[in-house]
Design a protein around this ligand. Structure first.
Ligand SMILES: O=C(O)C1=C[C@@H](OP(=O)(O)O)[C@@H](O)[C@H](O)C1
Ligand SMILES: C=C(OP(=O)(O)O)C(=O)O
Length: 423
């Protein structure tokens, strides 16, 4: 087999003084596409992310009987029509597509086959398929609880009460809540485990309200009544998790980075980066036009519970390899079911560059040590490409394997990173 292409991540030679604009939020774009597919009329989604995961979501909307047109103003989504016959939904390795679209198939009239990359077949899904079946969906997964599986749409779902263990992924809960307004009786979900990624759950409730639904929450119980959804015009915020490598960069290089368009109010987990880099000594300024992070010199390690912001772990773990002392990251056992086993991947790759990084039961123990050149394997995980780039800021000769896999959420990442260092 041919060696995958590698990219030698650029080293920073002087303090940064740069401004970046990151693309739209994956989580908001794909939620908007799902709700638009269930809406009563067309939705214009402005400033959407255009990447592998969002193209897969558009493909799913089309396969399920909706339509889309990419225009200069944004993506116009036409709602799903029930239809009949057979269809195929391609999942790639997109958690949002795998978790959010089976309910849409159950609401329609097609027999829909779902499958994707090898990796998505290993990611958790069974609790969601179980809950959808309990709500009346007809799902044939040969008992695997994973792709490939088939959903036979019967033109609607009664909905009602269901118990859900969403501890392996918050996306199970989001999937039921997003489809809830289209169920005959809505949906009432009682959680039996604690989900990670709390901000993503708030994001789901927030965008449902933007589309005219009236979700209710009381602790671990959620109710979404039936509603006619409509939001003719929706603008996607920049992706603050994609912004993570840019936000932490000044802590490693000195100088400052400005991220344009950082929202003053948001449900995105990446907003927590402001308090993280502030705690690590950086100066953080947020105004109506963006966020500026300015280095405060070196920084110490510490204890970081990332349960609510798990998708930031690859970049934060890499940053902490350059701290003045050891760190422990906890609360992220569920990362073993992300694009790859991220705890194993980070321990292997950061240790491969010389740091002392070991897995714990629910995170990583990081002891900084002198780092050296080497190949940084990325396991088809976009956030591992970003982690390799961050390591490369300080370590000459970090060869990031298969950089194109970052196209899951940011196809222009390598160019943007190169421009950052040339500014
Ligand atoms: O709902 C979403 O858009 C997401 C929820 C989180 O999933 P998990 O709760 O499975 O970590 C996050 O990691 C993922 O990148 C996006
Ligand atoms: C976990 C992630 O993605 P997905 O939407 O595929 O779950 C991620 O982007 O870090």
């Amino acid at each position: 087999m041919a060696e995958a292409e590698t990219w030698t991540a650029p080293v920073s030679t002087r303090p940064l003084d740069a401004t970046v604009r990151v693309p739209g939020s994956k989580s908001l774009t794909n939620r908007a596409y799902v709700l638009a597919a269930l809406a009563t009329g067309p939705t214009l989604v402005r400033e959407p992310l255009v990447s592998r995961d969002t193209r897969l979501m558009l493909g799913a909307v089309s396969a399920l009987g909706g339509g889309f047109a990419e225009t200069e103003a944004g993506t116009r989504i036409h709602p799903i029509e029930a239809g009949s016959g057979e269809a195929v939904v391609t999942l790639g390795n997109a958690g949002t597509v795998a978790r959010f679209t089976p309910a849409l198939a159950a609401l329609g009239g097609r027999t829909v086959r779902f499958d994707g990359d090898e990796a998505i077949r290993r990611r958790p899904l069974a609790p969601l398929l179980g809950a959808l079946s309990a709500l009346g969906a007809e799902i044939d997964d040969d008992g695997r609880g994973a792709p490939p599986f088939t959903v036979t749409g019967r033109g609607g779902l009664a909905g009602g009460d269901v118990e859900l263990d969403s501890s392996a992924s918050s996306q199970f809960l989001s999937a039921l809540l997003l489809a809830g307004p289209a169920f005959g009786e809505g949906v009432r979900v009682r959680l039996t485990g604690t989900p990670p990624s709390e901000p993503h759950i708030e994001m789901t409730l927030d965008i449902l309200r933007r589309f005219g639904a009236a979700p209710e929450r009381s602790g671990t119980e959620f109710f979404v009544p039936p509603a006619a959804l409509s939001c003719p015009d929706f603008t996607v915020e920049p992706d603050l998790s994609t912004a993570a490598p840019f936000v932490v960069a000044p802590l490693l290089t000195g100088g400052s980075v400005r991220v344009e368009g950082w929202p003053e109010y948001t449900t995105q987990p990446g907003d927590w980066l402001r308090s993280l880099v502030g705690e690590l000594g950086a100066k953080v300024e947020l105004d109506q036009t963006g966020l500026t992070v300015t280095s405060g010199g070196g920084f110490g390690g510490g204890q970081f519970d990332l349960h609510e912001v798990g998708e930031l772990t690859p970049v934060i773990a890499t940053l902490l390899c350059f701290a003045d002392g050891p760190s422990v990251i906890s609360g992220v056992a569920h990362l073993r079911g992300h694009e790859t086993d991220r705890l194993a991947a980070l321990a292997t790759e950061l240790s491969g560059l010389g740091a002392d990084v070991t897995e714990t039961s629910d995170g990583l123990r990081i002891t900084p040590a002198p780092m050296h050149a080497g190949v940084f394997h990325t396991y088809d995980d976009h956030r591992l490409v970003m982690a390799g780039a961050v390591a490369g800021l300080r370590v000459p000769g970090v060869q990031v394997e298969n950089p194109a896999t970052v196209g899951k959420t940011f196809p222009g990442f390598v160019d943007a990173w190169t421009t950052l260092l040339e500014a």
